[in-house]
Design a protein around this ligand. Structure first.
Ligand SMILES: *[C@@H]1O[C@H](CO)[C@@H](O)[C@H](O)[C@H]1NC(C)=O
Length: 103
């Protein structure tokens, strides 16, 4: 067999194995304490701290949210999408937030 083909095959097998890793905290069949313990074990200290943080929307950027694993977002009084915002502006703002995380 061609050595390059063997290398490619090896790479494919490794990729498939990595993708099929069992992640206990994502398994709804596991007891909740088991899932929490597994997730906590996988998170870094920085991620845990970030998840306990809440920033005001106007001071948040997708980059900050991603870099610091920010747990939640506050839209405080007076923090509007734009002056005299319409309901549609609010809906668009809220709907844009999940995209920040997946950027
Ligand atoms: C986010 O992380 C990137 C990559 O490490 C870095 O270049 C950038 O300055 C960071 N931005 C902020 C706001 O922390």
């Amino acid at each position: 067999m061609n050595p390059r083909l063997v290398g490619l095959l090896f790479l494919c097998v490794c990729t498939a194995l990595a993708e099929s890793e069992y992640i206990k905290y994502k398994d709804p069949q596991q007891p909740i304490n088991t899932r929490i313990r597994d997730l906590m074990r996988r998170m870094t200290l920085g991620e845990k701290i970030g998840q306990m943080m809440q920033l005001e929307r106007a001071n948040m950027t997708p980059e900050i949210m991603r870099n610091y694993s920010i747990g939640s977002l506050l839209s405080a009084g007076g923090s509007v999408p734009r002056p005299r915002a319409t309901p549609e502006d609010w809906v668009n703002m809220v709907n844009s937030l999940p995209k920040w995380i997946s950027l």
